[in-house]
Design a protein around this ligand. Structure first.
Ligand code: NAD
Length: 500
């Protein structure tokens, strides 16, 4: 049976791609193709950029208060269509309904943050920087901005970007993951219903061809990216070479350090949620545990026992803890990592490879998997697996654990579990990671703080949303003013003016 092909969304309207390339979109729970996505080409990108460029001057002239009111209506519509958005997320990604609902809520919080834009855009002001001279700063929109997003949060990650971008007065082109395009198209319809002028928000489902056209287009001024590290690096380098500002968030290998003084039962529960939630397909998933001293043996036993009890199945079914992986090739890749871990001598404590889900035999499932006695030279430690595979390493001291984590090239998220304030303080201070949890396994995102990692987890310098998002989507301008009168009117001088 031929599946329906989704449209692009350009200039406030659904329209067909000018090209003919398409790709299957799957329901990973059943393993069946459910629709097709267009793969936008260069001409489609031209049309989207032209629409965004034409819409920009009018949107920029719309006052921040009025822009905020559009976002308030959009927020209400997102709430009213919660079930539908949760369904689209779960259907195309595979995550459980609860997890889809939680990530939708986190995304809605970014809209709420962005509705404060009249306050967020206030600049600084100083009187008398020189005699009779004042100074103030303005935050002005950048122009046409683009967002390129990954498969693992079909609603939340786009919402990390576009509410802040458009609140700041920019127009926006979203290139969602070709694996999960439907929720982005639905959000475009809701934005139109909320009163957003045509062309301010555009969606072009596609792949590398669309991305490259955006990265090299002279009218695109800013690029936000979230995805894997090799692609993040490519996006950063290519867009920067074409004169754009870029924030490119990459992959992760998040370590949780567990001290012997931690409440181990609480810790094991927290780690199970953080490792296997969303089938491990979260950039903030805890994929690596560093057990310090005597914590190791009892912790591994608790993790094995709790992980073995998880119910794996279709994310939309009640009572399911963990859904499938995104595609069959990705499931096979993760399964291959388990083979490699065994071959390299890690101790396989729980093996998810044999799992079958009755009634959904073609779905892309893999059971929770746990390795102990992993070493830093093993492939399963060095590479991001992005699946339900948790690995445990051992360390003798907190110092050793911090050193181990800091030597890892990634620096997205991390956590420490301890009852000691001194250990927590030491960890918070010395760990080289962008987002840190203390007895909290996944410490973010909070819309009113920024989200982003360090090292190979971020290319660029500004994180998404929070004030860093506002700074990314605005250019600052400093105005120095003088209204000469009477004795302030000195003679002309050719030397460098000093104001003081
Ligand atoms: P991905 O890098 O394969 O794809 C991300 C986006 O880039 C998609 O829109 C895709 O179409 C596009 N793309 C893919 N290959 C490209 C190429 N060669 N050239 C240009 N564009 C390309 O990532 P994914 O598999 O969709 O998502 C999983 C990855 O995202 C994981 O590595 C995960 O850690 C990471 N991630 C990071 C964060 C974060 O905040 N740091 C958040 C979510 C996901």
């Amino acid at each position: 049976m031929t599946q329906p092909v989704l449209p692009l969304w350009i200039n406030g309207k659904a329209q067909a791609s000018t090209g003919s390339r398409t790709a299957d979109v799957f329901n990973p729970a059943t393993g069946k193709a459910i629709r097709r996505t267009p793969l936008a080409n260069k001409q489609d990108v031209e049309l989207a950029v032209a629409a965004a460029r034409a819409a920009f001057p009018g949107w920029r002239e719309t006052t921040p208060l009025r822009r905020a009111r559009v976002l308030m209506r959009f927020r209400e519509l997102m709430q009213a269509h919660r079930d539908e958005l949760v369904h689209l997320t779960s259907e195309e990604h595979g995550k459980t309904r609860d997890d889809a609902a939680g990530s939708l809520q986190r995304g809605i919080e970014v809209i709420e943050f962005a509705t404060g834009v009249p306050h967020l855009l206030k600049g600084e002001q100083a009187e008398d920087v020189g005699r009779g001279v004042d100074c103030h700063s303005l935050l002005q929109p950048v122009g046409v901005c683009a967002g390129i997003t990954p498969f693992n949060f079909p609603v939340m990650v786009p919402l990390w970007m576009f509410p802040v971008a458009i609140a700041c007065g920019n127009s926006f082109i979203l290139k969602p993951s070709e694996k999960v395009p439907s929720a982005s198209l639905r959000m475009a319809e809701l934005l139109r219903e909320a009163g957003l002028p045509d062309g301010v928000f555009n969606v072009i489902p596609g792949d590398k061809e669309a991305v490259d056209a955006l990265l090299t287009h002279p009218d695109v001024r800013g690029v936000s990216f979230v995805g894997s590290t090799p692609v993040a690096k490519y996006i950063y380098e290519t867009a920067a070479r074409h004169g754009k500002r870029v924030q490119a968030l990459g992959g992760a290998k998040n370590h949780a350090v567990v001290m012997p003084d931690a409440d181990l039962d609480f810790t094991a529960d927290a780690l199970i949620g953080a490792a296997y939630g969303s089938a491990g397909e979260r950039c903030m998933a805890i994929s690596t545990v560093v057990a310090v001293g005597a914590a190791g043996d009892p912790l591994v036993e608790m993790l094995r026992e709790k992980a073995a009890r998880l119910k794996v199945g279709a994310g939309e079914q009640k009572g399911v803890d963990m859904g499938p992986l995104i595609t069959a090739p990705h499931r096979d890749k993760v399964r291959h990592y388990i083979d490699i871990g065994e071959q390299e001598g890690a101790k396989l404590v729980l093996d998810g490879r044999g799992l079958k889900v009755a009634g959904n035999e073609q779905g892309f499932y893999l059971g929770p998997t746990l390795f102990d006695q992993v070493r830093t030279d093993m492939t399963i430690y060095k590479e991001e697996i992005f699946g339900p595979v948790l690995i445990v390493l051992r360390a003798d001291t907190l110092d050793d654990a911090i050193r181990l984590a800091n030597d890892n090239p990634y620096g997205n998220g991390t956590a420490i579990f301890t009852r000691s304030g001194a250990h927590a303080r030491r960890f918070e201070r010395d760990i080289e990671v962008g987002m840190v949890g203390i007895n909290v396994p996944i410490p973010v995102p909070m819309a009113f703080f920024s989200f982003g990692g360090w090292k190979a987890s971020l290319f660029g310098d500004l994180h998404v949303h929070g004030m860093e998002g506002v700074y990314f989507y605005t250019r600052s301008k400093v105005v120095t003013s003088r209204w000469p009168a009477g004795e302030d009117q000195g003679p002309a001088s050719l030397s460098m003016p000093t104001l003081g």
